[in-house]
Design a binder for this molecule. Structure first.
Ligand SMILES: C[S@@+](CC[C@H](N)C(=O)[O-])C[C@H]1O[C@@H](n2cnc3c(N)ncnc32)[C@H](O)[C@@H]1O
Length: 197
């Protein structure tokens, strides 16, 4: 059964509680990097014209199957999320990306492309994390033991330095306000075409 709320990750309050995304009925919403379970399907269940982008064909196949099971339609694009050429500028109300930003090669291009497609008032929530410090401190060593090289990935892509890179890449983009929220639960870039209250 689908949880009807957009998820920001396991062990983190979802959008049913946080109410960041608003009423999605009739809105155009993109998920960048398919999450599991897929937020794109949840967006479609909430009445959005949902779109998903992922470079991994398996992620797209899984998403198509999930959308079929949920009996909703999701427009799927297999490709790099730094190129949203299928969307005209200022045509999208909401962009959500959970747990994917750590893998992005070109943060500058991805953030500028996200900003380009947001319509006035449109918002993006891009980030991820472990939910809390205790879980992070348990999961990081456990993963390092299970997967060779994972600790290097963690330090390169999920540490405080990553937050600095996110801050840099999301700053100074024309027409959008950006904030980076960083705490023990994770790190999130919040972008709005217009002012963030
Ligand atoms: C690890 S998964 C996120 C799912 C995560 N486990 C969750 O549910 O929170 C990240 C996804 O982002 C996609 N991805 C990473 N970089 C990408 C890029 N530059 N363009 C498109 N998709 C990308 C990957 O293919 C993958 O499907």
């Amino acid at each position: 059964m689908w949880d009807m709320e957009i998820s920001y990750g396991a062990n983190v309050a979802d959008d049913g509680e946080l109410r960041l995304c608003g009423d999605l009925n009739g809105k155009r919403a993109i998920e960048l990097g398919v999450s599991s379970p897929a937020n794109a399907v949840v967006m479609a269940l909430q009445g959005a014209k949902a779109i998903a982008v992922d470079s991994d064909p398996k992620a797209i196949t899984g998403l198509r199957a999930a959308a079929e099971r949920a009996e909703v339609s999701v427009e799927c694009h297999e490709g790099d999320l730094a190129d949203l050429g299928f969307a005209t500028s200022a045509s999208v109300d909401l962009v959500v990306s959970r747990g994917s930003v750590y893998f992005w090669d070109d943060l500058n291009a991805a953030f500028r492309e996200t900003a380009r497609v947001l319509r006035p008032g449109g918002m993006a929530f891009i980030g991820g994390g472990f939910g809390n410090a205790e879980l992070r401190d348990r999961i990081v060593p456990a993963m390092a033991e299970r997967k060779p090289g994972w600790e290097d990935f963690y330090h390169a892509n999920m540490s405080r330095e990553t937050t600095d890179r996110l801050r840099q890449a999301s700053s100074g983009i024309d027409g959008v306000a950006c904030q980076v929220h960083d705490d023990d639960s994770g790190v999130w870039v919040v972008m709005k075409r217009g002012e963030i209250p």
